[in-house]
Design a protein around this ligand. Sequence first.
Ligand code: NAP
Length: 256
Amino acid sequence: MSPLFDLTGRTALVTGSSRGIGNALARALADAGATVVLNGVNAERLKAAEAAMAADFASGRIHSCAFDVTSDAEVADAVAWVEDNVGPLEILVNNAGIQHRVAMLDLDVKDWERVISTDLTSAFLVGRAAARFMVPRGRGKIINICSVQTDLARPTIAPYIAAKGGLRNLTRAMTAEWAAAGLQINALAPGYIHTEMTQNLVDDEQFNSWILGRTPAHRWGTPEDLAGPAVWLASSGSDFVNGQTIFVDGGMTVVV
Ligand code: NAP
């Protein structure tokens, strides 16, 4: 492996990595040499994910920490736990996220707030907790997981669109405040990726054929498609890439 992309000896925390895209990103970082801390709220699912991944890597490389990314207190305790028990946190992937589909006229404010809090405020909370350790050390990589909905709207997912658009600008705000200290903060914006979160869309024949027609690559993405870009943004290979949102979407956002 080129030393540019070698993550050996670096500690990474990936939020929402008990399954789906976060789990694939955590595996990609571990494959590149990182020591990885998995996260989720469901402790049982998280332990199962940790055991599954630990079987493929050397002892001591895979850890887990259950906490809710929307809780300021839990986030602060969790990041301190990683620092004390695993190693200095050098890579943070803000991936945890939820979806809620309902027409805006029928949208309850509690559901609006739940999505904004899980998909946007969480990145501020975990990013701030991590940066409080990274900034004094003068190094760190933060990768915020956006979406094509960072740029493109669709009916019935207003809070998700607002959160993912906000996350792109939060990436810029973090860059404005922390880049001078040696941190790189960027975002990855996946296109439509086949995961548990989107299984109902894959099963919907009409939606599925719309996706295939709308995507120049003519397929759904896979979590593995995000591995290369994530390792690059986590590595020394991206040391002068700051505040960018990289779309990994088979070309969806460049065509109409
Ligand atoms: P997923 O399969 O539903 O997995 C979500 C993960 O987030 C789970 O590990 C879940 O943990 C965790 N999580 C949810 N709420 C949490 C909280 N409050 N605190 C801590 N962890 C929490 O989702 P996914 O499809 O992989 O999506 C992951 C990210 O990619 C999201 O930010 C999503 O917006 C983004 N994305 C997805 C797609 C796509 O096509 N799937 C496309 C673009 C962007 P538990 O197991 O404990 O519930």
